[in-house]
Design a binder for this molecule. Structure first.
Ligand SMILES: [Fe+2]
Ligand SMILES: [Fe+2]
Length: 165
């Protein structure tokens, strides 16, 4: 963890320093949420890629297998950034929703990717506000792949990719 401000710092009016310590702690907390989301994505893609049945879904099932491997790389990159910032990487994934219905499965994935893209966009801005440009750069690279995942899923569902606000 980043060092906490000492009592004398806190009372000497060095608001900037303690403010920045707080923001870094908040960034670590948010990156751990991102990591929990990556674990969720790994599990979802491992399972969905194998249980999707039906001739029309074979090509997307193959694609989901590729996504699973990419999500693992993302989890490793995010853990590394958390460790670099002085935090401890989380170990619990967000819950994974399942369905017997292939279309529903793809929709769950699409919803999760939308959520992921929205969060990483915010994370880039937060990293840059703290001058953590290298962390921001890693997240931008992940973001490129997350947007591709989103497009793959929307295409498989025969939809245009949703606008993310
Ligand atoms: Fe990911
Ligand atoms: Fe993804």
């Amino acid at each position: 963890m980043a060092p906490q401000p000492t009592k004398s710092e806190a009372s000497s009016g060095e608001v900037g320093a303690s403010e920045s310590t707080r923001s870094r702690a908040e960034l670590i907390r948010l990156l751990n949420e991102d990591l929990a989301r990556e674990y969720q994505a790994i599990i979802a893609y491992v399972v969905y890629s194998q249980v999707l049945k039906g001739a029309q879904y074979m090509s997307i099932a193959q694609e989901l297998e590729t996504h699973a491997a990419e999500e693992l790389q993302h989890a490793l990159i995010i853990s590394k950034q958390i460790d670099y910032l002085g935090g401890v990487p989380a170990v619990v994934p967000l819950p994974v929703r399942t369905s017997e219905d292939p279309e529903q499965m793809l929709r769950f994935d699409l919803e999760n990717e939308v959520d992921t893209v929205r969060n990483y966009r915010a994370r880039v801005r937060q990293c840059e506000a703290l001058s953590e440009y290298a962390v921001a750069e890693h997240i931008r690279e992940i973001l490129v792949q997350e947007q591709e995942h989103l497009i793959d899923l929307a295409t498989a569902l025969g939809e245009t990719p949703p606008t993310i606000t």
